[in-house]
Each structure stands twice: as structure tokens, then as C-alpha cells.
Design a binder for this molecule. Structure first.
Ligand code: BT5
Length: 254
């Protein structure tokens, strides 16, 4: 483990060669009082994770696999907004650094060329009324070639190199993501959710589309009409009723 220097947002960067997952390390650091903006980043994850204990493939030296610890003074129900803040930040950094047009698929995927290029996993340490730490896990496929993905992922995953046709500087991209994340968190804390919502809507592909939302309880089909202040997806069902979706996997239907 090496400690690299940082600027005003990035308090400390802990850089590892190989870890099971950056998430438990970030949780431990947060419990021990890590400063806002502390980053855990690894060259390789041997057991990277997605939502609902799904695996996240994290090949050595090919991507950005990191967890960022944030300690905003907000109530726990607002924490999902940080998934959207992270999505906007990564989306814009990817455009600026790699020149790739990524789009956000609610809540936590970035797609490029219709395939998944980034996944975001937001976890919380909180009291009933106050967030102690938000851990934002960000996995970006950067320099994989098609054959670097396991066969099962080949039809659904892509990398920035595949999309842009050239190798992307991972250090530069990671710095861009962290700079954007610092800017967007500050904007959110100063001005609230509206400016983030606007940026998110500019970058999202979900809104206006027919989608199938698979939640842990049910599967709903309808048109995604927008997101609320809390980052909840609003779905207009075929009978015209509007349903708020808090957490789901979304399949775009057209
Ligand atoms: C996610 O989950 O998309 C969240 C991924 C978060 C990864 C970061 S890396 C740093 C930090 N440390 C961790 O251990 N995790 C975080 P979900 O929406 O559940 O998507 C998971 C699904 O994406 C899997 O079931 C696969 O189908 C697919 N998948 C796995 N690895 C992938 C990859 N490298 N690229 C594209 N798709 C992938």
C-alpha cells in the first residue's frame, strides 16, 4: 500500500496492487475516521462486487477500480443522490479525458456504444438521522480489448479503448473523475439537487424511453418520465399511473 499526495478534495489516496475489493477497505478506513475525499484505488480486484452481491470483473492494470469516501452532512434518505452525482461526474470525465460519449442508465450504469463501460456501487455508514460516510465504488473499463472480458461479458461490456480506438491514460482519467466528483459534490452541498438533476438529465438515456424495471419484488414495464429530488425513477405504467422506483435493474425496451 502506497500513499500518494492529494489536492483539496482528495485528502488521501491509498493505492494497492491487488485487493479482493476496494469496498471493505474503504469501509474500514471510514470507520477509523478517514477524511472526506479519501480514495482507495487498486490495480486489480480479485473479488470485485456489484449490487446484490453480483461479481464485478476487474482485470489487472486495465481499469479504474476505486472507492471514494465522502462525509457530507446529510440525512440518510438523501444518500442515493450521490449515485447520481457520481454518475454525472464519471460521465463528464470520460467525455473530457477519453473523448467517449458515455450515457447514464439509471441508476448506476454508464453505457458506451450500448454496452456497459462503468458500474457504480454506493454504500452507506449511517445513524438513523445522519450519514457518517458514503462509500462510492466506481469501476471503469478503460484499456481492455474485447478478448480481455470473460465470454459471458463480451456481449454486454465494453471499454474506453474499444470505443475510442486508443489507449487511455488511467491516471489522468482517475484525476479527472475525482476533480469532477469534488466539483459536483460541492455544487450539490451549496445549491442542492436541482443543478445535479439538470446535468444528470442531459447525460441520461433512460428518460423518455420504454423500460422494464426489475425490482426485488416485481417487474414493471412503462415509460421512464423523470427522476425526483431524491433520485427516484418515475415510471408511467401503461394504465397511466406513475410509480416511483427506488432500486431496480432497468432494461431499455427500444
Ligand atoms: C455495478 O453493479 O455495476 C457496480 C459495480 C461497482 C464496481 C466497483 S469497482 C470499485 C469498487 N469495488 C468493488 O468491489 N466494486 C466497486 P451491478 O449493477 O449489480 O452490475 C453487475 C453486473 O455487471 C454483473 O452481474 C455483470 O453482468 C456485469 N459486469 C461485471 N463486471 C463487469 C465489467 N467489468 N464491465 C461491464 N459489466 C460487468
Amino acid at each position: 500500500r502506497k500513499e500518494l499526495g492529494g489536492d483539496e478534495f482528495v485528502g488521501r489516496i491509498l493505492h494497492f496492487d491487488s485487493v479482493e475489493s476496494t469496498m471493505p477497505i474503504a469501509h474500514r478506513e471510514a470507520q477509523e475516521g478517514a477524511a472526506d475525499g479519501t480514495v482507495i484505488i487498486a490495480e486489480e480486484q480479485t473479488s470485485g462486487k456489484g449490487r446484490l452481491a453480483r461479481p464485478w470483473t476487474s482485470a489487472a492494470g486495465k481499469g479504474i477500480w476505486m472507492s471514494v469516501i465522502l462525509t457530507p452532512d446529510i440525512p440518510p434518505h438523501k444518500a442515493p443522490q450521490f449515485t447520481l452525482i457520481a454518475a454525472v461526474s464519471v460521465c463528464r470525465a470520460i467525455r473530457e479525458t477519453a473523448g467517449v460519449e458515455a450515457r447514464i442508465k439509471w441508476p448506476n450504469d454508464l453505457l458506451a456504444g450500448g454496452r456497459k463501460v462503468t458500474g457504480i456501487l454506493t454504500e452507506l455508514q449511517a445513524d438513523p438521522d445522519r450519514v457518517k460516510a458514503i462509500i462510492i465504488g466506481i469501476g471503469i473499463n478503460v484499456n481492455q480489448d474485447p478478448g480481455d472480458f470473460p465470454e459471458s461479458l463480451q456481449p454486454i461490456a465494453t471499454s474506453l479503448k474499444i470505443q475510442s480506438g486508443q489507449k487511455v491514460d488511467r491516471a489522468k482519467l482517475a484525476a479527472g473523475v475525482l476533480r469532477r466528483l469534488g466539483e459536483c459534490s460541492r455544487l450539490y452541498l451549496e445549491k442542492g439537487f436541482p443543478p445535479i438533476k439538470k446535468m444528470w438529465e442531459e447525460d441520461a438515456i433512460t428518460i423518455g424511453r420504454r423500460v422494464k424495471a426489475v425490482t426485488v419484488r416485481e417487474t414493471l414495464t412503462g415509460t421512464a418520465v423523470g427522476i425526483t429530488e431524491e433520485g427516484v425513477l418515475e415510471l408511467r405504467l401503461d394504465d397511466g399511473t406513475i410509480r416511483g422506483i427506488y432500486s431496480a435493474d432497468i432494461e431499455l425496451q427500444d
